[in-house]
Design a protein around this ligand. Structure first.
Ligand SMILES: [Fe+2]
Ligand SMILES: [Fe+2]
Length: 269
């Protein structure tokens, strides 16, 4: 089996969404089979691209140029599914990128187990959203999408703890806040398969945030740093703007993110 960092770069340099996520799932299955057989596969080293390869469509626009559609309409629901598909494809790349980007930092094997599992789930989420879009007569690439998604990765390109603070503990935690409202939109429209897909995503995203919190705390312990203070310093440095309530305090707690981590970073304070 190839070293994990090389597998990560293969996924990052595959442009087509369905191909990228199929390769991601195939590599995750190799990794999990090896780990299940009691092996300790190599991590190796490989240089991830500055920007992952992406398909020619969707066209990427600045967030203010992406047309807004009302969620109560069929076109609005397609736009919502498309936006989530785009987030999930970006998440696939983010999960493989952290593996390759920070392969020089010695980490326990459990770190890689968690990130490979999350990358596999993001790949499944992308497929679920593509299938829902196709059921609605659309497809990923049919609408424009946000151009700024890779920014968090670029900002934290040389800061492992910054990456953990901003990506799983801020961006993916934000997903926990907004997903229940999205599920409601599709429930009201009687869109059963979108409801089921979003419920799967919602459930699995809790563990992604939890992996972020777990390994962030691990690194704080390694460097003898106070986790809450370090988190505040990193988010202030790398995340642009305040965090926005309302927060899903229950799911954030389940994922190991206590209120004193996020409330002090809201605009009210
Ligand atoms: Fe996801
Ligand atoms: Fe995730």
């Amino acid at each position: 089996m190839k070293p994990l960092a090389e597998m990560a770069v293969d996924v990052l340099t595959t442009a087509d969404g369905r191909e990228k996520t199929a390769l991601s799932r195939e590599y995750a299955a190799f990794w999990q089979a090896a780990r299940g057989a009691g092996e300790t596969p190599g991590i190796g080293r490989a240089a991830p691209p500055r920007h992952p390869a992406r398909p020619a469509a969707p066209e990427l626009l600045s967030p203010r140029d992406v047309p807004r559609r009302r969620p109560g309409t069929p076109a609005g629901r397609i736009a919502l599914l498309h936006a989530v598909a785009h987030i999930e494809l970006n998440a696939v790349d983010l999960h493989w990128d952290i593996i390759a980007r920070f392969a020089h930092v010695k980490m326990p094997m459990g770190f890689y187990d968690d990130w490979v599992k999350a990358a596999d789930e993001e790949s499944k989420h992308f497929k679920l959203m593509c299938d829902c879009l196709e059921e609605e007569g659309s497809h990923y690439g049919a609408l424009p999408a946000h151009a700024g998604m890779w920014r968090a990765a670029e900002d934290t390109v040389d800061d492992f703890m910054g990456r953990l603070a901003v990506v799983p503990m801020v961006l993916e935690a934000r997903g926990l806040d907004v997903t229940p409202g999205m599920i409601e939109v599709f429930r009201r429209a009687d869109a059963g398969s979108a409801v089921a897909a979003l419920e799967t995503i919602y459930e699995e995203e809790v563990s992604h945030v939890a992996y972020g919190s777990k390994w962030f705390h691990f690194l704080c312990g390694r460097h003898d740093e106070d986790p809450k203070e370090r988190f505040h310093a990193l988010v202030t440095r790398y995340f642009h703007g305040p965090l926005k309530p309302p927060f899903n305090e229950e799911k954030r707690a389940e994922a190991g993110i206590p209120p004193d981590f996020y409330w002090p970073l809201t605009e009210e304070v």
